[in-house]
Write a protein that binds this ligand. Structure first.
Ligand SMILES: Cc1cc2nc3c(=O)[nH]c(=O)nc-3n(C[C@H](O)[C@H](O)[C@H](O)COP(=O)(O)OP(=O)(O)OC[C@H]3O[C@@H](n4cnc5c(N)ncnc54)[C@H](O)[C@@H]3O)c2cc1C
Length: 346
């Protein structure tokens, strides 16, 4: 595996931040990767695994080795009359996997169409959109221990999935290279059309929700996403910068009394989810630009790089937004984007 020195990471992160990696390589097969882990990794100060770079904010030059995951491939490993078991290598583009499945009428991930990035990063934060989460169809993943090169299998319980969260974003952060992911999909899919926006598009296309195919749903999701979210090729961003906060019923009742129009969703565990975008918008951030960064005009939750912003400039802006939401609503927003700074590896 060729290791390059002083490599710009600008093409490898969707914020388009121009920082440099002291060392950089592309992982294209398991054997070479395990060789690298067993024989050379101890020489590097820190290791950063990069997929599509669509959920990271790079705050400074990286004084270590960046491993860009390019291990690709999709296989059907088992099937019966009802289900199909799909194993995808982690460097495969997520949307390509969605298309592969939708084209064969294997249902379960069509609502996750057009989410940027790789298959291997999907379990990191249990990606989700339009009423579906990865965990709904996830079976297992293979991960390589970054210290020993040993391969371990993690089933759904071991991944400890939560809303935009998993064990790999918490206690096992930077400890494993997710190598492959296996999903169990349905051969007789019942599309999830509960989301209002999906229903609206189906209606516009004269498709009854009950008659919709998973291709109809995927196409509707693609259309919604293109109309609502800024394309990172045109303006740097990493999607939602913050998670939607969950508060107790008591806190929610007080907020509803004070702000009767506040959108809220009661979760099965009794807590209440509040859209972070609404909170941010109420603080006046929607469409507000400060220097090279700001909150997108159509989607307040998305922080953008208008031009040549540094990672720290974006991070400072995000902290500013976080603070103003806290001051107004007494709610601490949690960042969804992975902040890559020296302290993240301390
Ligand atoms: C326009 C836009 C819209 C988005 N919409 C959504 C959405 O609807 N729902 C959603 O959940 N997310 C969304 N995201 C966020 C992002 O696309 C997902 O989190 C995606 O899974 C990140 O994949 P990636 O390969 O780009 O990860 P990267 O950004 O490369 O990495 C993210 C983190 O995972 C780690 N990592 C990456 N690959 C591996 C691996 N193989 N093994 C171990 N660790 C690894 C990295 O070190 C880093 O900490 C959006 C982003 C953008 C830009």
């Amino acid at each position: 595996m060729k290791i390059l020195e002083h490599t710009s990471l600008k093409p490898y992160n969707t914020f388009g931040i121009d920082v440099f990696a002291a060392h950089f390589c592309r992982a294209r097969d398991k054997e070479a990767l395990i060789y690298l882990i067993k024989n050379t990794l101890e020489y590097y100060k820190n290791i950063l695994i990069l997929g599509g770079g669509s959920n990271v904010l790079l705050c400074s030059d990286f004084e270590g080795l960046v491993i860009k995951n390019e291990i690709i491939g999709i296989d059907i490993i088992k099937e019966d009359d009802e289900h199909v078991w799909i194993r995808s290598m982690s460097g495969t583009n997520w949307h390509e996997l969605v298309n592969y499945c939708v084209n064969r009428n294997y249902g379960g991930i069509e609502n996750l169409a057009l989410i940027p990035g790789t298959v291997g990063a999907a379990p990191m934060q249990n990606i989700g959109a339009y009423g579906t989460e990865l965990k709904d169809v996830f079976l297992a993943l293979e991960a390589i221990d970054m210290k020993t090169g040993e391969i371990l299998i993690f089933d759904r319980d071991a991944c400890a999935f939560e809303y935009r969260q998993s064990v790999f974003k918490k206690e096992l952060k930077n400890k494993y290279f997710i190598y492959s992911v296996t999903l169990k999909l349905s051969k007789h899919p019942i599309p999830n059309t509960t989301y209002g926006d999906i229903q609206k598009i189906l209606q516009e296309n004269n498709i009854a929700a009950k008659a919709a195919s998973i291709r109809d749903v995927a196409d509707a999701v693609i259309k919604i996403r293109k109309s609502k979210l800024p394309d990172p090729k045109e303006i740097g961003n990493a999607g939602s910068f913050f998670k939607n906060p969950e508060v107790t019923k008591e806190v929610a009742d007080k907020l509803i009394a004070q702000y009767p129009t506040i959108p809220h969703y009661i979760l099965p565990n009794g807590t209440v989810k509040i859209p972070a975008a609404w909170l941010i918008e109420q603080c006046g951030w929607k469409g507000k630009r400060i220097g090279n960064t700001g909150n997108h005009e159509k989607q307040a939750l998305v922080i953008v790089n208008y031009k040549d912003a540094s990672g720290n400039e974006i991070l400072e802006h995000a902290i500013h937004v976080q603070q103003s939401v806290y001051n107004k609503f007494n709610i601490q927003l949690e960042m969804e984007v992975n902040i890559i700074s020296p302290s993240a590896f301390a």
